[in-house]
Design a protein around this ligand. Structure first.
Ligand SMILES: [Mg+2]
Length: 285
């Protein structure tokens, strides 16, 4: 059966209430009810690797999804009867960016960059090289040098720099250029034969922006930081997709618009065909 709704959501601080702002108590139960409908297909879209996806589901009692895009878009899992299997089709889609090289061969080609220290094996996969780097490093210089080396090998990569909020470590990810959240979601939609009109995406932060500013109906949850709100609006404006971006503001069924409440608000905004169902389901909570 073709789903009436393909619901794709980020996890940290979008569905998971692991930020400062409070969560409305009825928000996650309502979200769970929605995902129990047989015509709703649920996909999680996260930077988390497999182990951390399982941990998130257990810790926050989240519904087990039908699909999960993990490791910042480098893996796509289909989940059936509790079994998670990585999609070989998605690997094949992004593989050309590595120009036939393996993870080990790429790591070896970058071995002489003394400032790059490989992260733990759980944080690596075929299509993800993740390094620790000193937080005070000249990021531009490192980026340019690594880019040049990869280009000389015929590799098309995106280089993602961030700082771990908890430890202060500099983090440097090398990913296939095609392995983005947006491309993975579009790939999944094609696989399921779902058009944007039957989709909803929810996110809260920087790596969600390409999807928020795309033609996929998207909601930015209310707990998103003000700078993300501004940036999402600006990017949606520049791509001409502002009609496909909704900023949750709270007020629906007395909920505050944060996390799952924001997702439900986005559903009501873009998919009025769910209004009656929402009204009924919210009465039972
Ligand atoms: Mg997030």
């Amino acid at each position: 059966m073709k789903p009436a709704l393909l619901l794709c959501t980020d996890l940290d601080r979008t569905l998971m209430p692991n930020g400062e702002p409070p969560e409305s108590p009825q928000a996650r139960p309502l979200f769970r009810c929605l995902t129990e409908r047989p015509d709703v297909t649920l996909a999680y879209v996260s930077g988390r690797h497999l182990g951390l996806l399982h941990e998130a589901i257990a810790t926050y009692d989240l519904p087990v999804p039908d699909y999960a895009i993990g490791d910042v878009g480098t893996t796509l899992y289909a989940i059936k009867d509790g079994q998670w299997s990585a999609s070989p089709e998605w690997s094949a889609e992004i593989a050309p960016d590595w120009a036939g090289l393996t993870h080990a061969e790429l790591a070896e080609a970058l071995e002489d960059f003394r400032e790059l220290r490989l992260q733990e094996p759980a944080k690596q996969n075929t299509f993800k090289l993740s390094y620790y780097v000193p937080a005070d490093i000249d990021v531009q210089g490192l980026r340019a040098a690594v880019s040049a080396r990869l280009a000389s090998l015929g590799v098309c990569a995106s280089l993602i720099w961030s700082v771990d909020d908890l430890t202060g470590d500099g983090l440097f990810d090398i990913l296939p250029e095609r392995a983005t959240k947006l491309h993975a979601i579009e790939f999944l939609a094609r696989l399921l034969g779902v058009s944007p009109a039957n989709m909803l995406f929810a996110g809260d932060s920087g790596n969600d922006l390409p999807v928020l500013a795309s033609g996929i109906p998207s909601v930015l949850v209310h707990n998103a930081r003000p700078d993300v709100r501004r940036e999402a609006l600006a990017q949606a404006e520049s791509t001409g997709q502002n009609g496909h971006l909704y900023l949750a503001e709270g007020g629906m069924f007395g909920m505050n618009g944060n996390y799952a409440a924001g997702i439900m608000e986005g559903l009501a905004h873009f998919h009025p065909e769910f209004t009656d169902w929402l009204n009924e389901a919210s009465k039972d909570l």
